[in-house]
Design a protein around this ligand. Sequence first.
Ligand code: 13P
Length: 247
Amino acid sequence: MALKKFVAGNWKMHGLSADLAEIKAIADAAKAYPSVDVALCVPAILIERATRAVPGLPIGGQDVHYAEKGAHTGCVSAQMLRDAGASLTIVGHSERRDAQRESDADVKAKAEAALACGLAAILCVGESLEVRETGGAVATVLAQLDASLPDTAELGRLSIAYEPIWAIGTGKVPTVAEIAEMHREIRGKLDQRYGADGAVRILYGGSVKGSNAAEIFAVADVDGALVGGASLKAEDFLPIVEAAAAG
Ligand code: 13P
């Protein structure tokens, strides 16, 4: 079953008030591609202003706490994201798994909290360069999924992002065969876990650009992309959306 392509931008720790104009430019241009779901995950402090500036474009957070509320200094709950106008969030990005020491169990709890609150969730997995070079990429990613997939049924709102750590921000991209193998394995895992209805979209992330997007979107079981650096400017992001519409 072909799923509607989904192209999400992850702005990471980029974006000030002045950049709302860029978000607006992206939202306006994205309207020309109704066959693609487009979203931007911006810094939490920009979410509310972004949703006001571009009511038609789904705006997301980049992380969420798994607790509903409580003594968690500096954290943001799923309800807070929704309250600010977000409709989705990333969970388990490798930069958080690494720098914030997030475990698979944390990521699973975060995904469940987001989905239970009505948000869509993009759950990230991916292997290090060392693991890739020693032949353990598939086993590592499947083990991450085993331990971090949510035990919930809101599958239409769940996406998986396969983001090899060594491809993030480096300009290096796995071969088409490597992406195909990993996405096929992830699809198999999702079918095994949730039944083969195929509703969960599997995004590729890591150095996606206008110049390589078409080739990546042509790979079986690639249902979209999670885009970092190239999502910050409309002129870089829109060619990726266009490639998704064409693919
Ligand atoms: P780049 O597109 O900058 O490589 O980042 C990918 C990423 O980490 C998206 O979450």
